[in-house]
Design a protein around this ligand. Structure first.
Ligand SMILES: [Fe+2]
Length: 382
């Protein structure tokens, strides 16, 4: 088996590591950093915190606190204009997937020109991004370690994926101290996103021994600490576990790819502007059930990682235990099990199925699927 393994050059994980960002920015030879964060009080606070660190290292900076959930083409284009006006030469993203994906979009346009949709697909750029540091403030997205960005085209509410090695950050940062104030619903949704990354990477057709090791450990950490991180937001040990889980799951799927859960979650997020992790959490047990016969050995192994599998049980029994574990975890962290209560409409399920079939992210799913099967899964989750 051959394997290519992509990962940021430097990965900082642990309590207080965000304070090392100034030093790393200088090593990357940045002079004026473009700090990208989410719109709103929290995003602005995080951007100012990073600006202080950057400023105290003697570097100049400009703030762009306009990233939105399910980041749009317009937000990326506006960011690019601001990046150029300010004369920046490096990018620092601070936030969840929205801020980091926005920064990736700005970065590839800054180096390559054109429109963001030109880069839909795989490795369409010709030049590397400006030096790029990604600081995650939610434990789940994995965007801080990946070569992927998902952008929403607001004209037709469609989402498109850019996969490009040039978008891999130079430095990733996962600091639990940046996550202590994350509200419970966001902790829950992003944590379930991390779990989904690990599960899909583990059963992926492109999995390797390297990605298996990362994904397995991520499932162990999520099962140990997500519930606590949601219920006791101030528990630094649980937050730190989720930092590692998110990082490990991110590096796993960056190289092994994802599967049908994400292929089905993206159209849902695009159509209703729903949190990505919430869509994944609802769909995950249904997709595991659908895939079970094609990957029962691997799901059974994950049941052991999650602490619910027994060595004397059959693969099938452990696989079913794993499905029950996912359902129980979601329920315990107050995630609705139904698409309808999340805001989906029954009349849209056929259109969603067609859109899910267009998602290339499902290509590594262990079981092939048809539009009719996808529709059946949406209905089961409805
Ligand atoms: Fe995801």
């Amino acid at each position: 088996m051959n394997c290519s393994y992509y990962i940021p050059m430097l990965n900082l994980v642990g309590r207080g590591v965000v304070r090392e960002v100034g030093r790393e920015a200088k090593i990357l030879h940045g002079h004026r950093a473009f700090i990208v964060a989410s719109a709103g009080e929290t995003g602005e606070g995080q951007a100012k915190q990073v600006a202080e660190i950057i400023g105290s290292s003697g570097l100049a900076f400009s703030l762009y606190c306009e990233a939105v959930p399910n980041p749009t083409v317009a937000v990326v284009e506006r960011g690019l204009a601001r990046y150029k006006e300010a004369g920046c030469d490096m990018i620092i993203a601070v936030g969840g997937g929205s801020a980091i994906d926005t920064a990736k979009g700005i970065g590839i346009l800054a180096s390559n020109g054109g429109c963001i949709r030109d880069y839909e697909g795989t490795n369409k750029t010709h030049r590397a991004m400006p030096p790029f540091i990604a600081i995650s403030t939610t434990a789940g997205t994995g965007s801080e370690v990946t070569q992927f960005a998902v952008i929403t085209d607001e004209r037709d509410h469609s989402k498109f994926t850019i996969a490009d090695w040039h978008m891999t950050p130079n430095v990733s940062v996962n600091d639990p101290e940046m996550m202590m104030s994350m509200p419970a619903p966001l902790t829950a949704a992003t944590g379930m996103d991390a779990l989904t990354h690990a599960v899909e990477a583990y059963v992926s057709k492109s999995a390797s021994p390297i990605t298996d090791a990362k994904a397995y450990k991520a499932v162990e950490l999520v099962s140990r600490s997500l519930h606590t991180a949601v219920k006791e937001g101030g528990n630094i040990e649980a937050r730190e576990d989720m930092c590692y889980a998110s990082f490990l799951a991110g590096t796993a799927f960056n190289n092994a790819g994802l599967g049908l859960v994400h292929a089905m979650a993206h159209p849902l997020g695009g159509m209703y502007n729903l949190p990505h992790g919430l869509c994944n959490a609802i769909l995950l047990p249904h997709v595991v059930k659908f895939n079970a016969d094609s990957a029962s050995k691997k799901y059974a192994e994950l049941a052991v990682a999650a602490g619910c599998g027994k060595s004397w049980h059959s693969e099938r029994e452990n696989c079913e235990s794993f499905i029950r574990f996912i359902v129980r975890l979601s329920r315990n962290i107050n995630i609705t099990p139904r698409l309808e209560s999340a805001g989906a409409k029954a009349g849209d399920l056929e259109k969603l199925s067609e859109e899910a079939m267009e998602e290339s992210i499902g290509a590594t799913n262990p079981r092939p699927y048809s539009a009719a099967q996808v529709l059946k899964i949406y209905r089961a989750a409805f």
